[in-house]
Design a binder for this molecule. Sequence first.
Ligand code: SF4
Length: 227
Amino acid sequence: MSQNLTTKALQVHALLVRYYEGPFQHPDDNDPLDELIGTLLSHRTRNENTAEAFEALQDKYEDWEAVRTADTEELVQTIYSVTYPGQKARRIQQALDIIKSENGGSLNLDFLKTMAAGEARKWLEQIPGVGAKTSAAVLNFSSLQVPALVVDTHHLRVAKRLGWVPENAGIAKARKILEAALPDDWDAQEVYDHHEAIMYHGQRCCYPKNPECGRCPIIDHCAFFDV
Ligand code: SF4
């Protein structure tokens, strides 16, 4: 992103973090493997249903190793509250197999802390079902505390309306552009605040249909409103 766009991102960051009363509580005690499983469950699923499935996994199985070796049909039934439970059960077991076999038999993601951010992201994205949003969530929303930017659908919509990314950009492309705009010395908390503030804005004001531009705190920075 150009220096100009970096300046814009910093201005909008300051306005939105203040407006939504940040800084926000960073989930720095979250285990990265828990985050990965939770994010795999969450695709196209309401938060409460994701939480229900995650709790059901924790109640039924002693640990992730028990989930890895569980009967797949039983696992599907356990996570039935999410969308696509069959596909998600298989993806979760596949992810656990890959992590165990590539991590010397250990079922955790703590080793990612020793890698550079880009390398850790690439490692995660080799796992089927793990894309740009999931890899960044594992790295940022956890005890790994990597300054990786999560871009979800709300964040993407707001970034497009602000004119920061092309209209046809998907999450992977947008993430590259938006992350490159952030200062190199930002830590995990600052990157987290940036995402949270923009996501809240998408959820609470810049709606997919009929955004409430009349009460928008960043209206002066918005290309969509200009149009
Ligand atoms: S002015 Fe409207 S479209 Fe632009 S960011 Fe604000 S709410 Fe969204």
